[in-house]
Design a protein around this ligand. Structure first.
Ligand code: KIV
Length: 245
C-alpha cells in the first residue's frame, strides 16, 4: 500500500501491482508544505481523493479522516466520511480509538469500512512533543495492544501501525484476525505502507530510518532539470524533429 494525492501518480499506480492507495492527511505536509498533518481539511482530502480515483479507479482506495473531523460527534464524522466516499474512496482511516469508539461504531454500522491507525498518530504530534516512536515502554505497548483489540471489536477491517517497535507490531499482528499494515513497524506486519514520495526518494531533506527510497527520484529530477536547462541554453532543444513546420 502507498499514499497518493494526485492524478499523475495515480495513473502510474494504476499500472503497478500495488494493492491499495491511501489519500493520507500527510498531503498537508507532502503536497502543501505544512509542518504537520493538522492543516488537512475534509475539503482538501476530498479534492485529492477525486483526483486519485480518476487516475486509479480500479484500486482499493482509503482516505484519511482529517484532524478532529471524527472528534465532534457522529453526525459531523458521518458528513466527513460521506464527502470522502462520494469522492470515490471505499474506506476511511482514522487515528486512535479512545473517546471516539461511538463514532467508529456508527461509521461501521453505516456501511463505511474503517481502517484504524495506532502507534505514532501524527494528528497528536503536539501531545508527544514531536514525531516520536511509540510503544517503547511496557505501559505504552500495553495501551497500544489494548486499543488494537478495541478497534477490531468495533469492526475496523485493518490497522495501520506507525513507528512502533517491531516486536510489538508482531505481537499485535499475531493477536488479530484483521490485517496490520506497518510503517516503521518492522517486517512482522501483514502489509507495509510508505508515502509514495518517500519511497521514490523525491524528498532530499527527509530520510527517516524507516524509509527506504527504492529510487533516487529527487536526484533523477534534478538531473533532468539540469539537462533541460543546458539543452535550452546551448540551443540543442528543441531539435528539428521537436518543431512543427
Ligand atoms: O497520512 C499518511 O501518510 C499516513 C501514513 C500512515 C502513511 O497516515
Amino acid at each position: 500500500m502507498v499514499t497518493c494525492y494526485d492524478y499523475t501518480f495515480a495513473r502510474l499506480l494504476s499500472r503497478s501491482p500495488i494493492d491499495a492507495i491511501l489519500i493520507g492527511d500527510s498531503a498537508a505536509m507532502v503536497m502543501h508544505g505544512h509542518n504537520s498533518t493538522l492543516s488537512a481539511s475534509v475539503e482538501t482530502l476530498r479534492l485529492h481523493t477525486e483526483a486519485v480515483v480518476r487516475g486509479a479507479p480500479e484500486k482499493f482506495i482509503v482516505a484519511d479522516m482529517p484532524f478532529l473531523s471524527y472528534r465532534k460527534g457522529a453526525a459531523l464524522a458521518l458528513e466527513a466520511a460521506q464527502a470522502l466516499l462520494t469522492a470515490g474512496a471505499q474506506a476511511v482511516k482514522l487515528e486512535g480509538v479512545d473517546g471516539h469508539e461511538d463514532v467508529i461504531q456508527r461509521l461501521v454500522e453505516s456501511g463505511i469500512p474503517v481502517m484504524g491507525h495506532l502507534g505514532l498518530q501524527p494528528q497528536s504530534v503536539h501531545s508527544y512533543g514531536g514525531f516520536r516512536v511509540q510503544g517503547r515502554s511496557a505501559n505504552s505497548a500495553r495501551e497500544i495492544l489494548r486499543r488494537s483489540v478495541v478497534l477490531e471489536e468495533l469492526g475496523a477491517f485493518a490497522i495501520v501501525l506507525k513507528c512502533v517497535p517491531a516486536a510489538l507490531a508482531s505481537e499485535i499482528t499475531a493477536a488479530h484476525g484483521i490485517p496490520t499494515i506497518g510503517i516503521g513497524a518492522g517486517a512482522g506486519c501483514d502489509g507495509q505502507i510508505l508515502v509514495l514520495q518517500d519511497l521514490l526518494g523525491l524528498n532530499l531533506d527527509f530520510r527517516p530510518k524507516f524509509v527506504r527510497p527504492f529510487i533516487e527520484g529527487g536526484r533523477c529530477v534534478l538531473d533532468a532539470l539540469a539537462r533541460f536547462d543546458e539543452a535550452v541554453k546551448t540551443g540543442a532543444f528543441p531539435a528539428k524533429e521537436e518543431t512543427y513546420s
